[in-house]
Design a protein. Sequence first.
Length: 256
Amino acid sequence: MASISLENVTLDYPVFDLNDKSLKRRLLTVVGGQREKASVIRALHGIDLEIKPGERVGLYGPNGSGKTTLLRTIAGIFPISGGQINSTGHITPLLGLAIGANKEISAEDNIRLLLRVDGIKPTADVVDSIWDFTELKDKMRRLPLRTFSSGMLMRVLFSVSTAFSPEILLLDEWLSVVDKTFSKKAEQRMEDLVSRTKILVIASHNINMLERVCTRIVCLDEGRIISDEPVVAKPKVKEPLEVAVHDSAITSQGLS
């Protein structure tokens, strides 16, 4: 049974002062018998959070509030400084479409690579199914990703990243694409993915999207949880979700 439990979790970032790393200062420190004290910034303060099967939890707050840091901590990317994290069920963090991709190899080889990274056997049927979802010409699957336009690249990465539903899904913003001819299909794929996963945790600054997708919203400020409230049911009005992943995301992750 999928679950996530955080008890009094803290996370400290070390801060390095380049001005204090000169050889002369190091030698004086050693000769004087002093220990260098590393400065730290506390990014998360005593986080207590329980997430049960069937819950869709939104992490909300302004930039710098700690929502993405908390998401990455749950994913195991950041080692905690104190407290405990316990989880059951396979966790799949989708924190950026381009993470793990290699633009120098073919689109098909990238699909196989990304599937293996996620522990999925890249059989021919699985790879074919993912490629069919991209709606790109078959000859392109043998071309390196560096030859793809940003829109085509997003199609490939989105298709493979959302092909399977994990037990626990972690999202840093709602994944979508800017290709208008593909966006409706991509949105439906995301909604199906979320409906099938046992637990969803999504970090976002878009409160309207969180209220639509989530059952709970956890608000953070300066690394602390300031509220944890259920989402009040509203009349269902079908509105498109905000496009949170743009072509520029490819450039920022080194795939331009």
